[in-house]
Design a protein around this ligand. Structure first.
Ligand SMILES: Cc1ncc(COP(=O)(O)O)c(C=O)c1O
Length: 727
């Protein structure tokens, strides 16, 4: 017989024994295994004819396009293999044991492979009563068992003439394997009895369990493979009627077969999982009956331990849960398990059907650019912000540029702003021929430090542009007071701050004007978009004229029935108007803003609660009375002195954990143009320089679900702990 079998988990505890037996029966074998133990367990198999070992993860089968080539049947053993391992990270269990199993089966089926023998488990009977048969009620008491049941069911749904899944519900395995496990009842009792002369009885000892030796279980898998067509969709218990034991009796037998061993019933609650199983169906349908007794297993394992053929038997790697914990705690960049199953992007917009419909309506209306929907958006913005004037434009950059231009800022003027900002805050000042004069930020708020503003004011200073970083309002009382005293305009860079409030007043109603952004990652989006909010009618009018080439009022209406063909250039303006396609999004996004902010705030709180115990290595956004933070960003500052990695390596580490991040921002005074042109040195703005190398932003957006925020937090905690020098 020359059938070729793919054995997932082929270098594992059962897999190594099964592969050897398959080869002995002249099968060809391709073992697919993550090799957490290296290839050592498969060493004896590697030089045998007909054996191949492919290193890989069942959750990433796509990386192995030739995996199924030449394969006639699949034995699927790979997965997380006991209750505690499955409880460690439930979503990982779902992904590995369920989703990956189905994906594997679908691929096998698509390749025309019919036999698919699935390693199921008797633990599906859970808290069982009486002698349990395959037809008995399933009563799982663990996630491990629940997922085994779900997988059996889903595989059966795929079954048909061209796909034959068979489920082997194994009893608790025991026996010697080249990839040894000591987290199985018989094996661990033999280990402790041999090494410590003491056997611990866990879970009370009264619970029933059936047992089966790995050699006998392997025979059952081979028999099932050979009869798969006739057995399609069958679940078959794998074990022996003679090997059902209560744990305390099992301990007695093992103790009796070793020398000078005492028993100790460990304190703790009685285990809920108890099942005594009937195995007649196995003998009837597979024609195999186990021959190995527990006593045989004791002899075999104790001899191997005495001969020293299990290296470092006390090592945690013989316990799946310990192995898995190590894997989960290790950074993914070093071969550990990523904290998030799927990549969590840094940001995603949340758009609904309303936005979609409105955009289509605009496209069908024939009026695409600035028009009725832009007007409607401005009206909604005025209502929401509580300002008298709102001019919608195509970006916050445009909004800032226009406002400063409309205020007459130009050649030779100076404008004060902070260097921790997006380039456009300063770029637009340069575009106008003026000079951006930086004032350092506060380390805890990342906002302009009001104490340092006055020393930078000269007779050329015309305006202050405070940036409400991340949606946290600047100290507007102090800034306004300074500005008033020196006759300066305050133009707020409120790109992050739609929905923020300072002492009960919404941002957009405090300074001379506030400029908002609706870029896709912002709290609401119009794809690209911005808005100038002000109470100054003349300023708004000038911004509007400048936003559309500097041609006369209502020029946008020139193609409407009520418009006029004649227009006049009154000033050389810009082209920054918002289109109705953009506004179509805005008029549905704005009413959702409050809900979005509440979600963002709840997520920010979740991160802060989860990270607060790590405050020696990470500084979190600070609490501040009298403000409403709009939580556009959740920015943390790494205490790199307490860590063995720098910020960039840390965020690369997060990427490997499947977490996207952003840097908001590298200080402008350290960047090419500003550094060279104004001869800034890093130490000119010490806080901005400090933050430049230490800050980054975590994903925070209403589209995220609880699993994603938990994953991000898990990744942060893992890396902070791992790289903490104090750990
Ligand atoms: C602080 C700050 N100001 C201005 C802008 C420019 O916004 P926009 O992309 O809408 O031009 C941004 C963009 O991210 C920003 O973060």
């Amino acid at each position: 017989m020359n059938m070729k079998v793919l054995v997932t988990g082929g270098a594992g505890y059962l897999g190594t024994v099964l592969c050897r037996k398959l080869l002995e029966k002249d099968y060809k074998v391709r073992a697919f295994d993550r090799l957490l133990f290296g290839s050592e367990p498969a060493k004896d198999l590697l030089d045998r004819d007909g054996f191949e070992l492919v290193e890989g993860d069942i959750t990433r089968v796509d990386e192995h396009p030739a995996l199924f080539d030449g394969i006639d049947g699949v034995i699927h053993l790979a997965g997380l293999a006991n209750d505690p391992s499955c409880d460690l990270r439930p979503e990982m269990t779902e992904r590995v044991n369920y989703r990956a199993s189905l994906a594997l089966a679908q691929k096998a089926k698509a390749k025309g492979i019919r036999p698919f023998i699935f390693a199921a488990s008797c633990s599906v009977y859970g808290a069982g009563e009486g002698e349990l048969k395959e037809t008995s009620p399933l009563n799982p008491v663990s996630l491990y068992a629940e997922i085994k049941i779900k997988t059996e069911g889903a595989l059966n749904e795929m079954a048909g003439a061209s796909f034959w899944p068979v489920h082997l519900r194994q009893a608790t395995l025991f026996g010697l394997s080249r990839r040894m496990r000591f987290d199985l009842a018989v094996n661990v009792m033999v280990l402790h009895g041999t090494m410590n002369k003491k056997i611990y009885v866990l879970g009370g000892g009264k619970q029933w369990r059936p047992f089966v030796h790995v050699e006998d279980s392997s025979d059952a898998f081979i028999a099932a493979l050979e009869r798969a067509e006739a057995l399609s969709c069958e679940a078959i218990n794998i074990g022996s009627n003679k090997l059902n034991y209560q744990i305390c009796d099992l301990a007695d037998i093992i103790a009796a077969n070793l020398e000078d061993v005492t028993l100790e019933v460990a304190p703790g609650d009685a285990e809920r999982r108890t099942y005594k199983v009937n195995f007649d169906k196995m003998t009837r349908l597979l024609g195999t009956t186990p021959t190995w007794t527990v006593e045989d297993g004791v002899r075999e394992i104790s001899e191997a331990l005495a001969a020293g053929s299990v290296p470092e038997p006390e090592s945690p790697r013989y316990y799946n849960i310990k192995l898995l914990k190590e894997l989960v705690e290790k950074p993914a960049t070093m071969g550990g398990e990523p904290a998030c199953d799927d990549f969590v992007p840094f940001s995603l917009p949340l758009l609904g059907k309303e936005e979609e419909k409105e955009v289509i309506a605009v496209l069908r209306s024939g009026w695409l650019t600035t028009g009725p929907r832009t007007q409607r958006f401005e009206e909604l913005a005025r209502e929401y912000l509580g300002c008298s004037q709102a001019v919608a434009v195509n970006s916050c950059t445009g909004a800032l540029h226009l406002t400063l231009a409309a205020l007459g800022i130009g050649q030779g003027d100076e404008v004060i702003t902070s260097p921790i900002t997006w380039p456009s805050t300063a770029n637009v000042i340069v575009h106008l021929g003026a000079r951006p004069v930086f004032v350092d930020v506060e380390r805890d708020t990342l906002n302009i430090d009001p104490d340092l503003i006055e020393e930078k004011i000269t007779d050329r200073t015309k305006a202050i542009v405070p940036v409400h970083m991340a949606g946290r309002p600047c100290d507007m009382d102090r800034i306004s007071e300074i500005a008033d005293r020196h006759g300066l305009a305050v133009v707020e860079d409120a790109a992050h701050a739609i929905g923020s409030a300072y002492k009960g007043r919404k941002i957009g109603t405090i300074g001379k004007a506030a400029c908002f952004s609706f870029y896709p990652i912002k709290n609401i989006t119009t794809i690209e978009g911005g808005l100038v909010a002000t109470d100054d009618e003349e300023l708004a009018e000038n911004v509007r004229i400048l936003s559309l080439h500097g041609i006369t009022k209502d020029a946008w209406k020139r193609y409407t029935a009520s418009g006029t063909q004649h227009w006049e250039v009154v000033v050389p303006g810009y082209k920054y108007n918002m289109s109705d396609v953009q506004a179509a999004l805005g008029i549905h996004q704005l009413p959702k803003l409050e809900g979005f902010i509440q979600k963002r705030a709840a997520m920010a709180d979740f991160y802060s609660q989860g990270l607060k115990e790590l405050s020696d290595v990470v500084t979190l956004p600070c609490d501040q009375p009298d403000i409403r933070h709009a939580w556009h960003l959740y920015i943390v500052t790494l205490n790199t002195d307490g860590l063995s990695v720098d910020r960039d390596s840390f965020i690369n580490g997060l990427k490997a954990e499947n977490v996207g991040t952003g840097i908001h921002f590298r200080s402008l005074h350290t960047q090419g143009y500003y550094r060279e042109t104004y001869k800034h040195k890093p130490e000119d703005f010490p806080n901005a320089a400090y933050l430049t190398d230490r800050i980054f932003s975590l994903p925070l957006y209403p589209k995220m679900d609880g699993e994603e925020t938990s994953g991000v937090l898990r990744a942060m905690v893992k890396l902070l702990r791992y790289y903490s020098k104090g750990a």
